[in-house]
Design a binder for this molecule. Sequence first.
Ligand code: MG
Length: 218
Amino acid sequence: MMTITLPRTDTTLRPGKLLCIGRNYAKHAAEMKSDVPDTPMVFLKPATALVRSGGTVEIPPQSQEVHHELELVAVIATGGRHIARAQALNHVGGYALGLDMTARDVQQQAKDRRHPWSVAKGFDTFAPLGALVPADEITDVQQLNLSLTVNGEMRQHGTTADMIFPVADLVAYCSTVFTLEPGDLLYTGTPEGVGPVQAGDTLVASGTGLPSLEVTVE
Ligand code: MG
């Protein structure tokens, strides 16, 4: 099982669950022809989907259309249930760049059949995660620029200022459903500009104050 280390403290964390938020940016909801939700839309990925920066994203044989979704990831350092919104960011130990890889064709089939998204979102290597930066080095988590290039070409850029539900709301909301545990990861949704990747592509994510994340596709 993969472990992650919080910088500076050297605290080793084991991601128990990956909480992922859908449709948290209005322009992405629009490009997917989806409505903006009035409560956070949450789905889960297994920890086996994780791959660290420098690793490889595998296109599974079940999909002809794997998309990148660039996301800010919050790492839970202090667990809890029913966390108050005002305390929520105190439970976050660090931030990183992440990619919510999505088998879009498999997801569309699931939507058509009213099936869950677990397969479309949960394949091995579908959760790239960059290096962590301590939370206290991020002055304002809702003022970060995020960008993604594919083979050097800009594909996504956005700002966390455009999140429909800010990180504090997401942590508080998720903690009303799931007990949050140290090491849990929260993928906070993607800005617009999602699109397909192909074998041989190199994806590089960048963000204000965040270590860059690079993966190749095969
Ligand atoms: Mg996403």
